[in-house]
Design a protein. Structure first.
Length: 60
């Protein structure tokens, strides 16, 4: 299962569903969910603190 998802993400990181912003994504497989960030450049670090609480709530 994990190998196919990893291959998909390497090929196209935007394959998952966006969560409020284009660089925070969710990929679902059966009963499992994978949350990941897409790093196009370093500007994401500036926004990460702003969304820290929301990310914690989503990961719980």
């Amino acid at each position: 299962m994990g190998d196919k998802i990893e291959e998909q993400l390497v090929e196209n990181p935007y394959v998952g569903d966006p969560i409020r912003v284009p660089w925070f994504r969710e990929k679902k497989k059966d009963k499992y969910r994978i949350y990941y960030l897409i790093y196009d450049d370093n500007t994401i670090w500036l926004l990460l603190d702003h969304f820290q609480e929301e990310i914690r709530n989503l990961v719980k």
